[in-house]
Write a protein that binds this ligand. Sequence first.
Ligand code: GTP
Ligand code: MG
Ligand code: ZN
Length: 311
Amino acid sequence: MSAMTEGRIIKALSGFYYVYTEQRTVECRARGRLRLDGRIPLVGDLVTVSEQDGKGTLHSILPRSSEFVRPPVANVELMIVVASGVIPVSDPYVIDRMCAVALAAGCRPVICINKIDRDPAEKLWQIYGNAGFPVVRVSAVTGEGIEELSGLTAGKLCAFAGNSGVGKSSILNRLDPSLELPTGEVSSKLGRGRHTTRHVELFPMSNGAWIADTPGFSSFDVEEMAPVPKEELPYVFPEFSECLGSCRFDDCTHTRETGCAVRAAVEEGRISPERYHSYMRMYEQVKDLKAWQDRGYVKFSDKKKSDGESP
Ligand SMILES: Nc1nc2c(ncn2[C@@H]2O[C@H](COP(=O)(O)OP(=O)(O)OP(=O)(O)O)[C@@H](O)[C@H]2O)c(=O)[nH]1
Ligand SMILES: [Mg+2]
Ligand SMILES: [Zn+2]
């Protein structure tokens, strides 16, 4: 048996894992489930592999810094949430949901507004700039903003997420034209993409980044994402942070209490109504869940201790 090496899963397809190790890609099968402690390997995972007669075997998964269920990808540092002001028009709630789940999973969200050749999406730009997220405006068609996006992602493990047809694969092709990823027309009748990308795959970029292209989802899908528990919810809205601790009641849920500093900030225009509305909607969804229903969820407060960096 050959020596064990460390590598990164860059693609998972039909039971095979493609592991990038020592400047090349090895096709691997996973060793029995039990060996991996019942964990399912994800794209982005750091793993140990061995090779024999050209066949690779995946032996173990190294600890993850983050994991994300949708898109299924591990160790992501930057979650690039792609949005657009033209079809498919992005619903702020879908973006907010992605950002909240990304922060809870230990990734930093970046908002990338695409298709600015058609529409500058002023409103989205304002909402997310005010919320304190890095926002970059790009056009995969004209190339505008692509250099800025390249600077933001340099050297990091990133994943693109967003609705089908929003232009994730097109942006990747702009960042690195040698990728030649397939892209698909947006159906003008349905106002959405055609789910052109079918699997998650990590690509090495010339700026030292690894970027995952992912299949787009529909707005309904985001409701299915693992919810952020109510205790953690205020902490995954970065613009709430300056208010937390100033509410009249220590156990303020920031939904209807008097003397709530978050609600005051909304009234004074310091927190955008769209963002607050998303908070309320997410809160409604999880308010009756018991702690045991959050099982498997990585506590945001545990992440914060090791993280240091703010979004
Ligand atoms: N006008 C304009 N059209 C764009 C831009 N970026 C992408 N498109 C178009 O939008 C459509 C969808 O692009 P894709 O890159 O396939 O979108 P995707 O997000 O990868 O979609 P899925 O793989 O289905 O999730 C294609 O027709 C692109 O040509 C842009 O910046 N401006
Ligand atoms: Mg795609
Ligand atoms: Zn409050």
